[in-house]
Write a protein that binds this ligand. Structure first.
Ligand code: CA
Length: 227
């Protein structure tokens, strides 16, 4: 199961805190609450949350200070939830590093959608580069396009999945069983020979000399490794 995401709620209105906690917990998040700028910063350091929901009017200062100090060390998504309407202020906040802005009163459904989008965006930014390039092999993840020395190569969906798996684990030896499970979802019932066939066609398509591969190396009796 996926690990629970932790959301830091920075808010001094107890009714809004209660409403946010109930709704976010229902969605499967775990929540921590800070009621001031000072508390927000110390809980941020102590808990390393995945996302922050931030009110601007806090008893000991302005939420913008929180955004600034968080941004010095972290790219955690920050969604501002505030009654303030001024366009100017929103722009300042976004410039300070906030990811999104929701105006009070807000619909929980809208806030939830923005939370999901912010988390997705951050995950994508961490795990996925848009283009992989090495010695003439180029993979464009967004276009799902593979090129060798500038020429497009057509891979079947399974070949493409295998290639991405190998690249994502560059340098590591992946066992036959691991690859079978990752690509087909199970290892039983898929013959090791099937994988060998896919590897052979993949090599024919991307290697300059398939019998002396420069990308996909065979680790005899174990599996494959992307060099
Ligand atoms: Ca407030």
């Amino acid at each position: 199961m996926e690990e629970k995401k932790t959301i830091l709620i920075v808010e001094d209105d107890k009714y809004i805190i209660h409403f946010l906690m109930v709704s976010l917990k229902e969605e499967g998040y775990s929540c921590i609450v800070a009621k001031s700028v000072k508390e927000a910063i110390s809980l941020f350091y102590a808990n390393k949350p995945d996302l922050m929901i931030l009110d601007l009017g806090l008893p000991d200062g302005d939420g913008t200070e929180v955004v600034r100090s968080v941004r010095e060390i972290s790219d955690m998504p920050v969604i501002v939830v505030s009654a303030r309407q001024e366009e100017e202020e929103k722009i300042q906040l976004l410039d300070a590093g906030a990811d999104d802005y929701v105006t009070k009163p807000f619909y929980m459904g809208e806030l939830q959608a923005r939370i999901r989008a912010a988390l997705r965006k951050r995950e994508g930014a961490v795990t996925k580069k848009t283009v992989f390039e090495q010695n003439g092999l180029k993979v464009d993840y967004e276009k799902r396009q593979v090129e060798v020395d500038g020429k497009e190569v057509h891979l079947t969906p399974i070949e493409y999945k295998i290639l991405l798996l190998l690249i994502a684990n560059q340098g590591k030896v992946l066992t036959h069983n691991y690859i079978l499970k990752e690509i087909w979802g199970y290892a039983e019932g898929v013959e090791a020979g099937t994988l060998r066939v896919f590897m052979a066609t993949l090599r024919r398509k991307i290697e300059k000399n398939p019998s002396e591969p420069q990308y996909i190396m065979t680790e005899v009796g174990v599996g494959y490794r992307f060099r």
